[in-house]
Design a protein around this ligand. Structure first.
Ligand SMILES: CC(C)(COP(=O)(O)OP(=O)(O)OC[C@H]1O[C@@H](n2cnc3c(N)ncnc32)[C@H](O)[C@@H]1OP(=O)(O)O)[C@@H](O)C(=O)NCCC(=O)NCCS
Length: 177
């Protein structure tokens, strides 16, 4: 598996695959910002917004590939506020259905940490649905729970769900993970 930070041209070239991963996740009930029915047009509108954010260097898009095929992705939002030069947020960790449970999500999160250290971002924040696959993964990787927000959002079927916020502080003096 290879993990790269990709530019908007690369991402646009792999739009079909990115769309597949997002649409499958919503169909599988993942709480990733969308509800059913979720169309390819809605997915494209989302990804085109991400491509703009990459081009503006507001976000970094990481892609995991196996034999040149994108199998997972995650984003690092480089909080642009003047008072947050040390902070970044994690968005949309997605692993293709056929490649889950093989360490792709873990590898993407470790790559995010390595890059955050390189960029001197010592505080990482994310939120995820309480009780989801992401929560297990983040706890396993040492993320610290900040708290739970009841009824933070609804799942793809409209059922209310709580979220859990996590943070991780990174030692900027450490070697790359
Ligand atoms: C959550 C998600 C990103 C996890 O990705 P993943 O690639 O399956 O994650 P990993 O493979 O690194 O870890 C998942 C499990 O596989 C296990 N695993 C990792 N490598 C493995 C391997 N080589 N062999 C067997 N099991 C392995 C891990 O130990 C982990 O087990 P655990 O959950 O019991 O601790 C993925 O399920 C997904 O895309 N879900 C839909 C979208 C979503 O919910 N995203 C989170 C939004 S915050």
């Amino acid at each position: 598996m290879e993990i790269s930070i990709v530019d908007s041209a690369y991402a646009a070239h792999h739009l079909d695959r990115l769309a597949t991963m997002l649409i499958q996740s919503v169909e599988d009930g993942a709480v990733v910002g969308f509800v059913l029915p979720f169309s390819r047009e809605q997915s494209d509108a989302y990804w085109l917004g991400v491509f703009s954010a990459i081009a503006e260097q507001e976000r970094l898009l990481f892609c995991a590939t196996i034999d040149g095929q994108v199998v997972g992705t995650v984003q690092l939002y480089l909080s642009p506020e003047p008072n947050a030069p040390h902070r970044a947020e994690i968005f949309k960790l997605l692993v293709h259905r056929d490649f889950q449970g093989r360490g792709v999500g873990t590898a993407l999160m470790l790559a995010i940490e390595t890059e955050a250290v390189r960029l001197a971002r010592s505080l990482l924040i994310l939120d995820t649905v309480l009780g989801g696959a992401g929560e297990r993964l983040y706890r396993r990787l040492g993320w610290q729970e900040i708290g739970v927000v009841p009824h933070h959002f609804v799942d793809p079927h409209g059922t209310p769900k709580a979220s859990v916020y996590f943070m991780k502080t990174l030692d900027l003096s450490r070697d790359a993970v």
